[in-house]
Design a protein around this ligand. Structure first.
Ligand SMILES: [Fe+2]
Ligand SMILES: [Fe+2]
Length: 169
């Protein structure tokens, strides 16, 4: 990200619209906090394909978190206090599913990402975003779709996820 990419967006916004933007950005920021934490706490030391993909997904969620955090400050807003609750929720889902094993890890990912895609669609529909913000939100939504496909693929090919294919080569 370059300094020129940052815009101060609050001035021209109607207060009713700003309230909607605030609620939407808080929801996005909270959900991305949860998503990044889920993957972070699902990762183990095992050198498997699953762990490789989980690290990539965590990194991707961290860029989403960055996008929404920047957006909040551009609009003169701040992250919500409730994000600590979503951090905890991410820890519980992440660590809990890790204890229950591969299938639960993948199913948790699919479930959370499906909810995220629905939520993204709703917030894209209900808020009058500027072009730049809408483009960023659309790109992040497409990333979530990519995550769902990756977890579905690994769920169908659990041997690959566990690293059988890697060690057999
Ligand atoms: Fe995300
Ligand atoms: Fe995601």
């Amino acid at each position: 990200m370059r300094a020129d990419d940052v815009r101060l967006r609050r001035e021209a916004i109607d207060p009713v619209q700003l309230k909607k933007i605030e609620e939407a950005l808080h929801a996005f920021h909270n959900l991305e906090t949860m998503a990044a934490n889920i993957y972070k706490f699902q990762i183990t030391k095992v050198p498997s394909e699953l762990n490789r993909q989980l690290i990539a997904a965590m990194a991707n969620e961290m860029t989403h978190l960055q996008d929404f955090q920047v957006k909040l400050y551009e609009f003169g807003l701040r992250p919500a206090i409730s994000r600590t609750f979503y951090w905890m929720l991410g820890f519980c889902f992440g660590f809990g599913s890790r204890l229950l094993g591969l299938k639960t890890i993948l199913k948790t990912g699919i479930w959370v990402e499906t909810k995220a895609v629905e939520h993204y669609a709703e917030l894209l529909r209900n808020v009058d975003w500027d072009d730049q913000s809408r483009k960023m939100i659309g790109k992040n939504q497409a990333d979530e779709d990519g995550h769902i496909n990756r977890w579905r693929h690994l769920l169908l090919n659990q041997g690959v996820a566990e690293g059988e294919a890697l060690s057999a080569k």
